[in-house]
Design a protein around this ligand. Structure first.
Ligand code: VGL
Ligand code: ZN
Length: 198
């Protein structure tokens, strides 16, 4: 029992029709469900922001979505309001199998800090608890899938590799936002960190 499937942010707002729709985000759901059958542990993550979160452009006067801002922890892309706690947009895609989940990690609930990674908030210091859970379960190999390849999957995979996990990202079961070359940069960053892109 040392392998876990980590399913990142397969939520309505990241699928077509959602507030921060990723092209083809819904195409990966069936393939992800199928992978759960042979996973020893399944972890789902959920982007879970309070209203007025600091990563929302609407929280900054004069700023539009996809503009950048300097936060105390570094540069931050400003997003349309998305995945607000308790809304339909924050729900998992209706076809995603959730009954197989051993754990659901909610992230991004601190109003002042965004959290792309399933392991640490964007200050790269505040843990989400996932590492402790996986260690307790004796898990050291991770397969990652979900949305978006170049943001939450990327940050999660790089953090996991740094923490010592053997990480494979199934690119066919991820979809990207691809903002100003972010997908190519993410692929390079993941490979550099020792993540296997399959
Ligand atoms: C994500 C942007 C903002 C993601 C979450 O899941 O990749 N991207 N919040
Ligand atoms: Zn978010």
């Amino acid at each position: 029992m040392n392998h876990a499937l980590i399913v990142i942010d397969v939520q309505n707002d990241f699928c077509p029709g959602g507030a921060l729709a990723v092209a083809g985000g819904d195409e990966i759901v069936a393939g992800i469900n199928a992978l759960m059958n042979d996973a020893e542990a399944v972890i789902l993550t959920q982007d879970w922001h309070p209203k007025g979160h600091s990563s929302f452009a609407s929280s900054h006067a004069g700023k539009a979505p996809l503009e950048m801002i300097d936060m105390p922890y570094g540069p931050q892309v400003l997003w349309p309001d998305h995945c607000v706690q308790g809304t339909k947009g924050a729900d998992f895609h209706p076809d995603l199998t959730t009954t197989r989940a051993d754990m659901i990690v909610r992230k991004g609930y601190n109003p002042a800090i965004d959290s792309y990674s399933a392991f640490f908030e964007n200050d790269h210091k505040t843990p989400t608890g996932l590492h402790g859970y996986l260690q307790t379960r004796g898990i050291d190999r991770l397969t990652m899938v979900g949305l978006a390849t170049d943001f939450c999957v990327n940050f999660s995979a790089v953090d996991a590799a740094k923490l010592g996990y053997a990480v494979t990202v199934r690119q066919d079961l991820c979809r990207a936002i691809d903002l100003n070359g972010s997908l190519a940069a993410a692929a390079e960053g993941m490979t550099g960190a020792g993540v296997v892109l399959a």
